[in-house]
Structures are given as C-alpha cells and as structure tokens.
Design a protein around this ligand. Structure first.
Ligand SMILES: [Zn+2]
Length: 278
C-alpha cells in the first residue's frame, strides 16, 4: 500500500519545509517529497531536523528527498563533480536522520568543459556514464548505511542527457548492482517519450518509487485528470508490494493554484485507487 506524497515546493513559500509538512498534516497526507529546488542540508538546522522527525512520528509521515534538479553527477568537470558528490553525501546523511527511504537522483546532462551538452558525442556520453558510475560507487555504501535508496529517475532522453533510453538507465543500475540503487519511474516522462508500459516492462523490479502526474501534448507534471495519461497504464505500480511511496509531481497549472492542484490530483487518484493509497 504506497504512501501518497506531494512535492514540498508546491506549498508556498516553497523553501519552508515546516509549511509543507504542516499542510500535509492538515490535509491528511502521509508523505512529503522534500523538493529538489533547494539544497536542504544548508537550510535546515538540528532543531528543524528534530521537528521533522517528531512530526513524522506523530502523524505517520514518510519523507522522500529529491536531490537537486540541476545536479550533473556525471560531470567531466572535476570540481563540479566533487561539488555534487559532497552535496549528495550531505543529503544521504540527512536522509538517515529523517528516516527517508528514497533519494531521487537525476543523471543530468553531459557537463564537459568547452562542449555544449547537445553537441556531445556518443563517446563523450559514455565517459559521462563512467563519471556517474564513479559517483554512485562512492555514495552507494553510504546510502546503505543510512538505510536509504538512491533512485535514478527516467528523464526526457534528450540530446545532451546522460541517459537517453531505458536501457541506458538499466545498464547503470545493473552495473552498480546494489540494494541501495534503484529507479524512480516518472510516469509522465515515460508516457511522453518512450512509452509507459514499455518502461514498466523494461525496469521491472528495479522500480522502487514512482512520480505520478498527467500529461497532454508533450507537456507533463499536469494535475491528474486534466491530461491524456490513463491511470490504468500505471495501476499495477500502485498494487501492494510494488513501491513504498508514490509522489505526485504536479505543478500549479495555468492558474497557479498549487494547493488546489495537489488536492484535486489526490482526489482523482483516490477515486480510482481508494484504499490502495495511504
Ligand atoms: Zn519526476
């Protein structure tokens, strides 16, 4: 029975985690995904961490963390690679303290000095994959120790991205071969690009966490029920025993009603899946 969560930055102001957690409690959510638009270890002090832990214990809340959206853990640029590595290590430590089972990680773009990502050759992309594997080999033991799982997310497979197919992502996860490295299935990304049933089939039990949204005409992160992504396409992922947390990754829509979009999406999911979601 997956816990249903939402992205903390959708509750404004987006960088005040207590506002998002209090909103979750008021609206009877049992999960909060700590958003990837902020580097939280710099922002949260010991008192905040204690407050998060106490709120989770008191209200039955599970946190997940989305690592920085702009991260490029496959960077060729050594200083930047080391920067992301340091920030990931701090994020893993934070995950351990707040009992967070999932850290979502983007494989990001090919960040090679002097080369526009879109102009990177396949050889350069493969080198970037090696950089990412080195990154993952450094952090995977720390994640295991902290009791969390790093989940690489399927992205848009654009020119300049490090992972441009489902197989690229699978190859990375299988090369590391660790219980602390799995996949976040983003249903909207898959639906728009190489197919959602194809993603579920290809990733199999590497999927540990899902991002839910709706999509229309190539646009994703839409309120559930307002696009053309049929929930039946991901219904099996919400069956008991598949994923522990399902996160709605939903923006505010054209009217900017972020909170309403979360609540209406939750209602749409509950109308279909009911007690399958906590
Ligand atoms: Zn996502």
């Amino acid at each position: 029975m997956p816990v249903l969560s939402f992205v903390s930055s959708m509750i404004k102001p987006g960088d005040d985690i207590r506002v998002a957690v209090n909103w979750a409690i008021e609206n009877e959510f049992h999960g909060v995904e700590i958003s990837g638009s902020t580097f939280w270890p710099d922002l949260l002090d010991d008192e905040d961490i204690d407050w998060l832990v106490a709120s989770a214990a008191g209200h039955g809340i599970t946190y997940t963390i989305h690592f920085l959206l702009k991260a490029a853990p496959a960077a060729h640029h050594t200083e930047r690679w080391l920067g992301w590595l340091g920030q990931m290590k701090q994020t893993i430590a934070m995950a351990g303290r707040i009992n967070c089972p999932v850290i979502v990680l983007h494989s990001g773009v090919i960040d090679c000095p002097g080369v526009e990502p879109e102009r990177a050759t396949e050889a350069l992309r493969k080198d970037a994959v090696d950089n990412l594997l080195r990154f993952l080999r450094e952090v995977e033991p720390l994640a295991r120790e902290a009791g969390t799982v790093i989940c690489l997310e399927n992205l848009h497979h654009r020119q300049g991205d490090v992972t441009r197919s489902y197989q690229h992502l699978i190859d990375i996860v299988d090369a590391i071969d660790s219980p602390a490295l799995k996949i976040t299935l983003d249903v909207g990304h898959a639906f728009i690009h190489d197919g959602l049933p194809e993603a579920i089939e290809a990733f199999g039990d590497r999927i540990y966490h899902v991002h839910l949204d709706d999509a229309l005409d190539g646009k994703d992160h839409m309120e559930i029920g307002t696009g053309e992504l049929d929930m039946e396409l991901y219904a099996e992922m919400l069956e008991p025993g598949r994923v522990g947390v399902a996160t709605m990754e939903i923006g505010g829509g054209p009217d900017g009603d972020y909170e309403g979009a979360q609540l209406r999406s939750r209602d749409a999911l509950k109308a279909r899946f009911g007690d399958l979601l906590t």
